[in-house]
Design a protein around this ligand. Structure first.
Ligand code: SF4
Length: 452
């Protein structure tokens, strides 16, 4: 028997999110689906009747981390009758029914392209708490057609919102699990994306971040590309900033670069463009679809069109075929491009990927020495680049009090520089700051205008 609505209204959920912006946004959708059923957000796990782990398979030992968390949740699950525990996201897709075998207290396993089934799954788990093992790993082609006006948006903070435009990935990088977990690319119709942006703008959102695993591969059924979308989104008056992530270098076309320029300053002059390596030989072994020269040509093309354009990147160190000379090329890429931010990782095998056939050949000492050298080198570059901001006036979108709890506030410039300042200020509003100090990771500033 279905529990009455009044009952559901007193029930609470808690979602733990790992991984990228796509997952953060998926958690917003999962939360909305549960709230549509009458669930309220819990203060924490102990207070929750439903706990969902929205998992990521990109990081090392991802599955082990999920099983370790599920182990911790065994006590929570057994402490009261009717509690529901679910695993969603990429590890759900990767591990599938083996989750039930290794963690029998789990009720639901729902893949990242099947999140639409979460509400009915939770209702069924409540109805038949001992009988149910709900498994849905389908890769539905309509998985991104979520009723956007019902999404509970919190992932980016006041004034900002994520908008998914593309799901899945058609590339086959040899080290990556995403094409298997998220499936092939599926694009939302541009008209629907624009309707969502207009509705967000009407609700006070000023910064939009368009999302896709390879966001610049976007092409809807009518042939509209990201270039078309940027030009149209920039026409929406109340939208002040547009970002998009994550871009693939091979799909950074001349037309898209032109559109980024022609759409005007609303398109933020900062792009995260994962290089993964500075060596053409390693890029070939990774099957990235570009070489060092082509990557650098994209950076140059954007800098020529948009003065002051800045870049961030992802780099993998210790890929099985990476020689000392290859690693030297990656270090050299840092000097050549002068990135503002680098996410760097030591390579480790992901089950089911082609690179596993190469073996994990680089010994851990060499791998972690290379990683430390790369990170130290990049920090010195960032320190120097951030110092150039001191004395300049910048406009930030206020994010809120600093997460460190040290009474500082945080804002972000269009170039994605984080600026700390003494608050208070109004989250979601723009504020002009004079930069007074810098570190490798952030800037410090003081207000030169009121944000009232
Ligand atoms: S482009 Fe490559 S690294 Fe990125 S999600 Fe697709 S397969 Fe993975």
């Amino acid at each position: 028997m279905t529990r009455p609505a009044a009952d559901a209204a007193s029930l609470r959920y808690h979602i733990e999110t790992w991984g990228c912006q796509m997952n953060v946004h998926d958690s917003e959708k999962l939360a909305s689906a549960l709230e549509r059923q009458g669930y309220a957000r819990a203060a924490g796990i102990d207070d929750a009747d439903v706990v969902l782990l929205n998992t990521c398979a990109i990081r090392e030992k991802a599955e082990e981390k999920v099983f370790s968390e599920l182990g911790r949740l065994r006590g929570w699950k057994g402490a009261a009758a009717g509690r529901v525990l679910g695993v969603c996201g990429c590890v759900a897709k990767q591990a599938g029914a083996t989750i039930f075998a290794r963690a029998p207290h789990v009720d639901l396993v729902v893949g990242p392209r099947a999140t639409g089934s979460i509400s009915s799954a939770v209702v069924r788990a409540r109805e038949a708490p001992t009988a149910l093992r709900f498994l849905d790993l389908e890769q539905r082609s309509d998985s991104i057609r979520f009723p956007f006006d019902e999404i509970r948006r919190e992932g980016l903070g006041a004034g900002k919102a994520f908008v998914t435009i593309l799901e899945g990935c058609n590339h086959r990088c040899t080290y990556c699990v995403v094409p298997r977990t998220r499936g092939p690319e599926i694009a939302r119709p541009m008209a629907e994306v624009l309707a969502e942006i207009r509705s967000l703008a009407a609700a006070g959102v000023v910064e939009i971040e368009l999302l896709g695993q390879t966001v610049n591969a976007y092409r809807d059924a009518e042939g509209h590309t990201l270039a078309d979308l940027l030009l149209r989104a920039a026409e929406i008056a109340a939208v002040e900033r547009i970002r998009f992530t994550t871009s693939h270098p091979a799909q950074m076309t001349e037309r898209l670069m032109d559109a980024m320029r022609d759409a005007g300053p609303k398109v933020c002059p900062y792009l995260h463009l994962p290089a993964q390596s500075g060596s053409s030989a390693v890029l070939r072994a990774m099957r990235r679809g570009y070489d060092r020269e082509r990557y650098l040509a994209k950076i140059d093309g954007l800098r020529r069109r948009i003065p002051g354009m800045r870049f961030g990147t992802d780099l993998i160190v210790g890929f099985p075929t990476e020689s000392d000379a290859d690693f030297g090329q990656t270090l050299d890429l840092l000097d050549t491009v002068q990135f503002d931010l680098v996410y760097s990782f030591a390579y480790s095998e992901r089950p089911g990927t082609r690179a596993v056939e190469l073996g994990d050949r680089i010994d851990p000492t060499t791998k972690f020495e290379r990683l430390a050298r790369l990170q130290e080198h990049q920090l010195s570059i960032q320190e120097r680049r951030n110092r150039d901001w001191v004395g300049r006036t910048v406009e930030v979108l206020v994010e809120g009090p600093s997460k460190r709890g040290d009474l500082r506030w945080t804002g972000r410039t269009a170039e994605s520089r984080i600026v700390h300042f003494a608050g208070p200020a109004v989250p979601g509003r723009f504020l002009t700051l004079r930069v007074t100090d810098s570190t490798a990771l952030s800037l410090r500033g003081e207000p030169v205008s009121s944000c009232a």
